[in-house]
Design a binder for this molecule. Structure first.
Ligand SMILES: CCCCCCCCCCCCCCCC(=O)SCCNC(=O)CCNC(=O)[C@H](O)C(C)(C)COP(=O)(O)O
Ligand SMILES: Nc1ncnc2c1ncn2[C@@H]1O[C@H](COP(=O)(O)O)[C@@H](OP(=O)(O)O)[C@H]1O
Length: 370
């Protein structure tokens, strides 16, 4: 017999594909910049599986507890399947072997590139502006490349030493030395490339990045689209099981809002220095110094106490009693990053391959959750 798909499941299974189509359409109208090195990308999205695991498991523990062995074993199994797929697809877990996404990339003609100098500027010796997309990234990559080449100094060929001296002189902004050499920028790029590829098997984007190279040329399935699809479907998929309890808990605690309101009103109605009337001495009609001092010290202390109550109430309400709020915020953050990726990064085919690879596995896992 055919199982009925609920409205929630339609939402769960269509969120990422619909967002990809939506973002792709937006990309024709919008021309936005996204910072690859921004804190949100670096500390949240790029460590997304960590945040997703912590919030997902915390929600499960708070709403279901660990007593019902049957239920957490199923959750654990789903988590292990998704984690294993994420690891195989994006990380080099077996020493020397590349992750699936990097195997696809190299099989379709991609490689780690070291075109440091602009090959068209034979006399000028300019840095290749296409070598990494921002000045900061280029500088960081050059520093990495320099360190690697420096460690290869014992290489019998003169080439390495030559390349090394040239990058070093570039880094220290001494272009004159570059012009004196007998090489063209294009030849030097080739030397560096050859030396590094001969020295080490560069078969993953991680190794390439660690050497300062640029991972270009092949079909590069979007790691962000892949990871965010997997994370969103995990969080929203598990929300199916805890949703009702979470919703009830959210409204059970309504008294918290009254308490919060009372504390906010207290802060707003605290008497400040100019709100306090000092008692005047009947002898010389001068204001009482103690009143002034009290007015200086008391309001800040009382506000600090109220702020402390408010923060404690909020932390208890969100982190302890209603962690589903964290889950929803996290899904919102992943959705936003997904949208940005679809607008700014990769080709449509690379986005689609990232999506499909995560989507198929997550759909198989969550189609028969009950
Ligand atoms: C009830 C039974 C007990 C439950 C037992 C489970 C307890 C789990 C508790 C949770 C603890 C947290 C464990 C988290 C483990 C991790 O995942 S740590 C590693 C985190 N790493 C990431 O998140 C990296 C994600 N990033 C990427 O994969 C890549 O950067 C990218 C996004 C694919 C991009 O790749 P590029 O090549 O840079 O483009
Ligand atoms: N939403 C987003 N915000 C910022 N950077 C993003 C992004 N989506 C993708 N990127 C960046 O685009 C590059 C390709 O991403 P991916 O293959 O993971 O989809 C990565 O660069 P770096 O690997 O140089 O950091 C990644 O950080």
């Amino acid at each position: 017999m055919r199982r009925k798909i609920s409205g929630y499941q339609i939402f769960l299974f269509s969120l990422c594909p619909v967002t990809l189509v939506f973002g792709h359409i937006l990309s024709y109208w919008l021309n936005i910049d996204a910072d690859k090195d921004g804190w949100f990308n670096v500390y949240f999205v790029k460590r997304g599986w960590f945040w997703t695991s912590v919030v997902g498991w915390w929600c499960f523990i708070r709403y279901r507890g660990l007593q019902q062995v049957g239920s957490w074993k199923k959750v654990l199994l789903r988590y292990v399947v998704l984690t294993a797929w994420w690891l195989f697809f994006t990380q080099s877990i077996i020493s020397g072997a590349a992750p699936i996404m990097d195997i696809v990339f190299t099989l379709t003609g991609g490689r780690c590139n070291f075109d440091v100098f602009d090959p068209n500027e034979i006399l000028q010796w300019k840095l290749n502006e296409k070598f990494h997309d921002t000045v900061n990234r280029r500088q960081r990559s050059l520093a990495k490349l320099y360190n690697v080449l420096k460690d290869l100094k014992d290489d019998p060929t003169n080439m390495v030493k030559h390349a090394l001296s040239r990058i070093e002189s570039w880094v220290s902004e001494n272009k004159d030395q570059l012009m004196e050499g007998n090489y063209t920028p294009g030849q030097l790029n080739e030397y560096i490339d050859e030396i590094l590829h001969r020295w080490r098997k560069i078969n993953s984007s991680n190794i390439c990045q660690s050497l300062g190279g640029q991972w270009i040329g092949g079909h590069d399935p979007s790691g962000h689209i892949f990871l965010i699809t997997l994370m969103s479907m995990f969080l929203l998929g598990e929300l199916q099981a805890i949703g009702k309890r979470a919703w009830r808990a959210l409204w059970k605690d309504k008294a918290v809002f009254e308490e919060l309101r009372a504390h906010c009103i207290k802060i707003l109605t605290l008497k400040t220095l100019w709100g306090i009337r000092t008692r005047r001495s009947p002898v010389n009609n001068v204001g009482d110094v103690r009143d002034v001092l009290r007015a200086l010290v008391k309001p800040p202390l009382e506000s600090a106490r109220e702020v402390y109550y408010i923060v404690t109430l909020l932390v208890k309400y969100v982190f302890w009693n209603n962690p589903v709020i964290l889950l929803v915020v996290l899904v919102g953050m992943w959705w936003w990053s997904f949208l940005i990726t679809t607008i700014v990064f990769h080709t449509l085919w690379e986005q689609l391959s990232g999506l499909i690879c995560a989507y198929i596995v997550a759909t198989l896992v969550y189609l028969n959750i009950n």
